[in-house]
Design a binder for this molecule. Structure first.
Ligand code: ARG
Length: 467
């Protein structure tokens, strides 16, 4: 039976039908739609709203469709959407009695329900991949507790740290990304089915039962909200966009660190390309593609927010246009997540180079200033000035960081404050040693291997029992 034949005389044809149809991206909610119809029909039978024998025929047809899959459906744009295609299938199997299936139900609450079901499944998958990423990151950190590197601010040498400490900064960002998805999941875990078009129905439906049958924690408590709201999509895509941002930043660092100038990381050949003209090249193309592709998420988020921002309450067909952007976002994120994880796991950190860079460029300066406060009783600001002058004098004289000694510091101090420091040479040497510096940062969150180990242990617990 044609949906339009009652009210409308003319058919929507050709380009207009294609333009208006959601069939292409409705494929993603096919299974959810069948389940939604099964739950609704089961409830209609239980409530005595439709004759049980007809209800059973409908359920049998739906079971067959579930087994046969989407290829059993006739999908052309004259059908409008997946909901009509499924109804047409049931009609083709049992005749006009299939029409009972749509009692007390609208495509408006149906699509809202289907989207929540399908998106919850997507999030579950992404969460699994994400936990694996965190797991791999902490395994790598475990193996690099003592791998010295220089930490950067403004992309300039700042202070010594370890590769493990740096990796754990990724793990913490990924853990927050997980938390945002987890929150979004639990907020969307309420069922709109039974909202019908916008004001529910006078049939005595049991919304708690359909919510339960479909795996939701309960029904949504306002039917207008049930069919209108897509903030669960915007929120999820925002969480995915931030996760994409984390992946992009990791890729960016792999790109920089694998340059000749840094030489801190070697990417696996499997994640590199070469040049068609420059035979010597090893290019970080995969990381660059991650950095580029994750921009898609930012775009999808803005598109989705823009579609929903000016809609009056209840259902508007514009909402249909949100859906393809959701799936584009989840698909882009899914592959970027897996690929970045494998790329990072297969990258080799160059311990020697890390240490060389950490020793090379006065990254011990803060510790030297701290030493003057601890051993010389100076105010930090005075110590800061002495060490700053020490570095600039050393650079002028072409000295390296390791050439700085107690005498040199005393000379600068004498010049600036009129007093020497009198700090023991062995203590100065210790303060210049990256390993000593790292080991002494035993504050919560610091790079001392013992502290990083504690955080690794906490993260392991989280990965085993996330919430
Ligand atoms: N294809 C529509 C969507 O994705 C389903 C709901 C259609 N409802 C309607 N009243 N035309 O939003």
């Amino acid at each position: 039976m044609n949906l339009r034949s009652g009210r409308l005389k003319g058919q929507m044809k050709g380009e207009v039908a294609d333009f208006t149809s959601s069939l292409e991206f409705d494929r993603r909610i096919f299974q959810a739609d069948v389940r939604c119809n099964q739950a609704h029909t089961t409830m209609l039978i239980e409530q005595g709203i439709i004759p049980s024998d007809i209800g059973k025929k409908i359920l049998k047809a739906l079971d067959e469709l579930e087994k046969e899959g989407i290829t059993a459906l006739k999908l052309d744009s004259a059908v409008e959407d997946i909901h009509m295609a499924v109804e047409n299938y049931v009609t083709s199997k049992i005749g006009p009695e299939a029409g009972f299936m749509h009692t007390a139900k609208s495509r408006n609450d149906q699509v809202a329900t289907d989207l929540r079901i399908a998106l919850k499944e997507e999030i579950e998958e992404i969460e699994k991949e994400l936990l694996l990423f965190i797991k791999i990151t902490i395994q790598m950190a475990q193996n690099h507790l003592d791998s010295i590197m220089v930490g950067y601010t403004h992309l300039q040498h700042a202070q010594p740290t370890t590769f493990a400490h740096h990796l754990i900064s990724y793990a913490q960002a990924l853990k927050r990304d997980y938390g945002r998805l987890y929150d979004a999941y639990h907020r969307m875990n309420l069922c709109p089915l039974g909202s019908a078009a916008l004001t529910t129905t006078s049939f005595p439906i049991n919304r708690e039962q359909t919510a339960k049958l479909l795996g939701f924690s309960g029904p949504m408590e306002n039917s207008i909200d049930g069919v209108s709201s897509r903030d669960f999509i915007a929120e999820t895509v925002f969480a995915l966009t931030l996760l994409g941002t984390t992946l992009s930043k990791i890729s960016e660092e792999l790109i920089i660190w694998s340059t000749y100038e840094f030489r801190m990381v070697e990417l696996a050949d499997e994640f590199s390309s070469t040049s068609s003209i420059m035979p010597q090249k090893k290019n970080p193309d995969v990381a660059e593609i991650v950095r580029g592709k994750t921009a898609v998420l930012n775009g999808e988020l803005v598109t989705i927010l823009t579609i929903i921002k000016s809609l009056p309450q209840s259902y508007n067909r514009d909402l249909q246009e949100v859906t393809p952007h959701l799936w584009k976002a989840t698909d882009t994120l899914h592959s970027a997540l897996r690929i970045t994880r494998e790329m990072l796991a297969s990258a080799e950190f160059k311990d020697e180079r890390g240490e060389e860079l950490a020793r090379a460029n006065f990254s011990a300066a803060t510790e030297l200033a701290d030493l003057m406060v601890k051993e010389g009783g100076l105010p930090f600001r005075t110590a800061h000035q002495i060490v700053g002058r020490t570095v600039s004098t050393a650079l002028d004289k072409g000295m390296k960081a390791e050439d700085v000694d107690a005498q040199f510091l005393d000379d600068i101090s004498q010049e600036l404050t009129g007093k020497t420091l009198g700090i023991d040479e062995s203590i100065v040497k210790k303060a210049l040693d990256p390993q000593e510096i790292i080991g002494s940062r035993k504050v919560i969150g610091g790079p001392a291997p013992s502290m990083v180990q504690e955080v690794i242990d906490n993260l392991r617990e989280f990965v085993d029992n996330p919430s």
